[in-house]
Design a protein around this ligand. Structure first.
Ligand code: UT7
Length: 323
């Protein structure tokens, strides 16, 4: 038998305020049409004043626990992917731990920007298969609206806020490619590309800073690196693209999502797409898409899922799992 990290619960939270593309037309030289055709985004949610990343993460975590039929006392660890934690420290994960009333176990943040949820899943998987935790809450949560330059039309129309969470549980499985749970992971980063997508401030520079992106350069890397990491992860699991029921990609741009699916030889009917409703929510985008995909009835038990993301660093990677 092989110990697998199996998804037993999923949930998400989106802040109440929905901002349609048309709202940007009043203050920027942009249009709903440009944003839709270049990115696929139609609307996004923005956190309310005072609403933080850990607040949204706690909502998503509660929803995932309810879905799993578990209480917080069943959880051994929280791994939270974010680049927009409430405070410099402590981690947003420990704030979620407190908000949930969890007094045992351990909690920490993972920072790999838009690839953060892939890195968090990979960490949680390692904790489970090495026997350090049996049940882990894996969360992606972001308030990117707090690091936007509202005068920069090339970035501020693209991002949104939100949170999604999974419960991963240790389960003994036969040890085959047909097992449920995480079957393989593949992680990469390359700091030579750090200037393509970054925030021009931080603790060491005594500023908060704003997101800066050379979008067309990131785009060029994205399709090639995402298809390649997805294929590597599938190969590691002893599977091929033809075995995949759903690609659940990081939701940055519909053209990147389409290009990656095409490169993998899969039709868009097998891709969960939420970018039109959420925009790019960075580390929250994949758990949000998994949760919405389940709600829509797209993702069902036994489905083979490949999930992939790329973001600042550059950092990228993929996880293959059977739901
Ligand atoms: O999640 C982390 C990873 N991030 C991504 O994956 C984002 C990757 N990049 C992208 O999604 C796309 O590159 C963008 C959506 C950011 C931009 O699309 P693009 O087709 O690459 O456009 P571009 O940056 O080459 O810009 C084309 C034109 C430019 O005008 P000129 O120089 O051709 O006159 C821009 O100034 O579009 C202009 N532009 C806009 N026009 C209207 C840029 N932003 C806007 C805007 N409204 N909001």
């Amino acid at each position: 038998m092989t110990c697998r990290a199996v998804v037993t619960g999923v949930g998400h939270y989106l802040p109440e305020r929905v901002v349609p593309n048309s709202e940007f037309e009043a203050t920027l030289d942009t249009s709903d049409e440009w944003i839709r055709t270049r990115s696929g985004i139609e609307r996004r949610h923005f956190a309310a004043e005072g609403e933080t990343t850990s607040d949204m993460a706690a909502h998503a975590a509660r929803a995932a626990l309810t879905d799993a039929g578990l209480s917080v006392s069943d959880i051994d660890a929280i791994v939270l992917a974010t680049s927009t934690a409430d405070l410099t420290f402590p981690s947003a994960a420990t704030m979620v731990q407190h908000a949930l009333g969890m007094t045992k176990g351990f909690a920490f943040d993972v920072q790999a920007v838009c690839a953060g949820f892939i890195y968090a899943l990979s960490n949680a998987h390692a904790l489970i298969v090495s026997g350090q935790a049996e049940r882990v809450l894996v969360i992606g949560a972001e308030t990117f609206s707090r690091i936007m330059d509202w005068t920069d039309r090339s970035t501020c129309v693209l991002f949104g806020d939100g949170a999604g969470a999974l419960v991963l549980e240790a389960q003994d499985q036969p040890g085959a490619a047909t097992d449920r749970g995480i079957l393989s992971t593949d992680l990469h980063s390359d700091g030579r590309f750090k200037d393509l997508l970054y925030v021009d401030g931080g603790v060491s520079t005594q500023t908060t800073g704003h997101l800066r992106m050379q979008g067309n350069q990131v785009f060029r890397h994205a399709v090639e690196k995402l298809a390649s990491t997805a294929e590597t992860a599938l190969e590691r699991a002893g599977l091929t693209a033809s075995d995949v029921d759903w690609i659940v990609p990081h939701q940055a741009n519909i053209r990147i999502i389409q290009g990656t699916a095409k490169k993998m030889g899969l039709p868009m009917e097998r891709v969960v797409v939420t970018v039109q409703d959420h925009g790019n929510t960075s580390a929250a985008s994949i758990p949000l898409a998994l949760s919405v995909g389940k709600e829509r009835g797209q993702i069902n038990p036994g489905d083979l899922i490949v999930t992939e993301a790329i973001g600042g660093g550059l950092a990228w990677g993929a996880v293959v799992l059977r739901w």
